[in-house]
Write a protein that binds this ligand. Structure first.
Ligand code: GLU
Length: 445
């Protein structure tokens, strides 16, 4: 395989999907060497079969808003690869959603899920519908309309969606209710469910906690303790909130949070009480992060991201491509020594190069944020055995069985001759090898 030729070919076939091409190209360059040690892979054209999703489902969603207007949105489900388990991955509801973005996310999910040690394939879906500014009743009607099409494509052993940006507990509840209504069946077809109806303890916390567990493993390789460190977090949704919670528990100081309008900078650090305010603000009142600055009298910077503030560690937890080359240069110049990604693909290829050339600790999302989907996998297991596990049990599995294992695999496949751990290479090669071997075993299908 010649990685750049494959990428060029995909670019021509899918010219309007830059994020998908970006994600594919990042993986292919790092697995090229390992791939070429196995001529049988090329003979089976494994690379094209792995890059191009198994199936793309695209549909119209019609719903009625509170004023009685009939609205239409697009709905999608990308079933990328199911060689190691049922298709699995979140749903994103945001106005920016398009086919290329979901294809990048489904591709990434396949590698991420492979790394988790659990039997899950990769998928992603969503809609260009944004819950922001909509009433609960509108969100419910939209979710019902969306599920009225999606239900025929999913199942506990077929495809199990979950949340992502714009899809939290409220949306999962409405989607689940509609599935049950249509099929007359209770089954574990979604994860991230409420605790009362089959959800798992620690699922809401899992992505953020998992990212901090992964960060601590990285820090250990350089004998650094997270305690007392100053941390930049972006975003203010589920991932950012529980990242902040775990940092506070471990004695670190989180000084920033953001949303698409701007960021807040709290030099004294976000305390548990202030975090409770953020959770209420974001999850119940659905307000904007600026209100934090208004309430606590700290700096708010409109229309900017937090990467210019001085700190030790950055945990991007908002969205793709939120750290570009310039931001990465600023972070490195300001002395940041670790970046661990809570979001999916938040760093551009230029930013990654800058982090790696500076030899700072840098973990890509597919390794560092895999805790979320891992606990989704544990939720599936609990649903199948009709039991629920304690918080301590799930947290221990997340921490010691899953995140530490992913870290070990990254070290195994990513350590370079000078001892620098290339976590991008480690995660991609480890994730790829498992999927590749399973694909080879299952023939050309
Ligand atoms: N959306 C999350 C992710 O990017 C979670 C997916 C899931 O739990 O299935 O991994």
């Amino acid at each position: 395989m010649n990685a750049s030729k494959v990428v060029e070919n995909l670019k021509q076939r899918f010219p309007n999907e830059p994020e998908y091409i970006q994600a594919v190209s990042q993986v292919l360059v790092t697995i090229e060497e390992e791939y070429n040690k196995h001529p049988e892979f090329d003979k089976a054209n494994l690379i094209e079969r792995l890059c191009i999703p198994d199936r793309v489902i695209e549909f119209r969603v019609s719903w009625v808003d509170d004023k009685g207007n009939v609205q239409t949105n697009m709905g999608y489900r990308i079933q990328h690869n199911n060689v190691i388990g049922p298709y699995k991955g979140g749903l994103r509801f945001h106005r920016s959603v398009n086919l290329g973005i979901l294809k990048f996310l489904a591709f990434e999910q396949t590698f991420k899920n492979s790394l988790t040690t659990l039997p899950m394939g990769g998928a992603k879906g969503g809609s260009d519908f944004s819950p922001r500014g909509k009433s609960d009743a509108e969100v419910m009607r939209f979710c019902q309309a969306f599920m009225s099409e999606l239900y025929r494509h999913i199942g506990p052993d077929v495809d199990v969606p979950a949340g992502d940006i714009g899809v939290g507990g409220r949306e999962i509840g409405y989607l689940f209710g509609q599935y049950k209504k249509l099929t007359h069946e209770w089954s574990g077809i979604l994860t991230g469910k409420g605790l009362e109806y089959g959800g798992s303890l620690i699922r809401p916390e899992a992505t953020g906690y998992g990212n901090v567990y992964f960060l601590c493993e990285m820090l250990k390789t350089r004998n650094i303790d997270i305690k007392g460190k100053t941390i930049l977090v972006s975003g203010s949704g589920n991932v950012a909130q529980y990242t902040t919670e775990k940092c506070i528990q471990l004695g670190a100081k989180v000084v920033t949070l953001s949303d698409s309008d701007g960021y807040i900078y709290d030099p004294n650090g976000i305390t548990s009480e202030k975090l409770a305010f953020v959770m209420e603000l974001k999850n119940i009142e659905r307000g904007r992060i600026k209100e934090y600055a208004d309430k606590f009298g700290v700096k708010y910077v409109s229309g900017a991201r937090p990467w210019g503030e001085k700190a030790d560690i950055a945990l991007p937890s908002a969205t793709q491509n939120e750290i570009n080359g310039d931001a990465a240069k600023t972070l490195v110049a300001n002395g940041i020594f670790a970046v661990s990604e809570g979001a999916n693909m938040p760093s551009t290829p230029e930013a990654i190069k800058i982090f790696q050339n500076a030899k700072i600790l840098y973990a890509p999302g597919k390794a560092a944020n895999a805790g979320g989907v891992s606990v989704s996998g544990l939720e599936m297991s609990q649903n199948s055995e009709r039991l629920s596990w304690s918080s301590a049990q799930v947290d221990k599995m997340l921490h010691e069985d899953i995140m530490m294992n992913i870290h070990e695999n990254c070290v195994k496949y990513g350590t370079e001759s000078d001892g620098y751990i290339n976590y991008v290479k480690g995660a991609n090669v480890a994730g790829f090898m498992k999927v590749a071997k399973a694909m080879m075993a299952q023939g050309i299908v």
